[in-house]
Design a protein around this ligand. Sequence first.
Ligand code: CA
Ligand code: CA
Ligand code: CA
Ligand code: CA
Length: 408
Amino acid sequence: MERSRLVRCVLFRIRPRCRRFLPALAVAPLLACSGDDLTGPSVADGFDTGRRLAVSADNGKIAFESQRDGNAEIYVMNPDGTGETNLTNNPALDTTPAWSPDGTKIAFASLRTGDLEIFVMNADGTNPINLTNSANTDLWPTWSPDGTKIAFHTFRDAGSGLQSEIYVMDADGSNQTNLSQNAAIDVNPQWSPDGSKIAFMRQVPFSSDAEIYVMDAATGMNQTNISNNPAADAGASWSPDGSMIAFESSRDDDFGEVYLMNADGSGVTRLTNTGANANPAWSPDGTRIAFVTDRDGDLQIYAMNVDGSDQDPLTAPPGRNALPHWGTAGAGPLMTCVEGVSAARARIDQLLSGRPFLRAVAHFSLTRVQAGVTNAERNFGILMDLLAGAGLISAQDAAEIKDLVSPC
Ligand SMILES: [Ca+2]
Ligand SMILES: [Ca+2]
Ligand SMILES: [Ca+2]
Ligand SMILES: [Ca+2]
């Protein structure tokens, strides 16, 4: 009976046969909860990861957690499943990867210092830096779409209880602030593509229910239950245009399935039917959703179209693979090979045509390019002028833009 009940295992049950579905890290806080069976809340786990700041144009690599090497490591792979690479190579547990919006860094949680901390490393795995340095569990980072902040959840305020809070900090680890401020278990924050909201999972301790909430990212106010179903709902992943949220739920069967809903919680549709399915992660171009399934036995990552069609495996045994987070492509593709300002403007107009969400897309792709130039603020202003179709651009600015869009 190996058909596991993904969501329920993750959220409520820690039976031995369920453990393989848990992000490795989930076990630690769970052990602290109770030795109980069916009603003990799980905490920190789940299958989602800081997914989705998906705000870009082109699909980059998928980061995920793999246990193929005997301990949890952060891997990346191409969108077709090729090129799997271990980025962490550390005997400690490494989990919940989240790409930065510009595709240059990955935030993740690691147990290498003795308790879980939020780290940030370069996209090639170099230079991991501990941002949280808190004595308690810190988990599940998600970047703000402008890349300046990271939200995560932490048990630092739990005392002897189970309280978990959504915190936000500057991207260098400074100014760590409690955003959710609620006695419930609040985990797995996911920043909306427009930066205004954070979705997260809330579970009342020892309840068999879990819900997806959203709150204002700036203040933590207006905490709103958008799933409203007596079954377990978790794993929110925003569509790149912010209009929809993919999630996992056990509302129709014990296994757990992937669903879509509008960002206000309306219009729920089911996407999966085979086996247990969880951890949805939207692709930056909005056309595919990666997810985790046990349909082939061990946990593997698949991807499907947003209507649920064309469900294809990306990873293969051996090894449990989970928690996909789909990053943006490198700086090049969006603006490749355009000559000068007028061509750049035309290219942007082309990109925006009929695709209103691509305003943010262009914005972020170009922000990524900025990271490599000296006058980031200035170039940002120039590019926003281009997006608005307004303003004259000086020759010097044009030269800078040409630098940005090279090589031609
Ligand atoms: Ca590791
Ligand atoms: Ca910690
Ligand atoms: Ca809380
Ligand atoms: Ca629910």
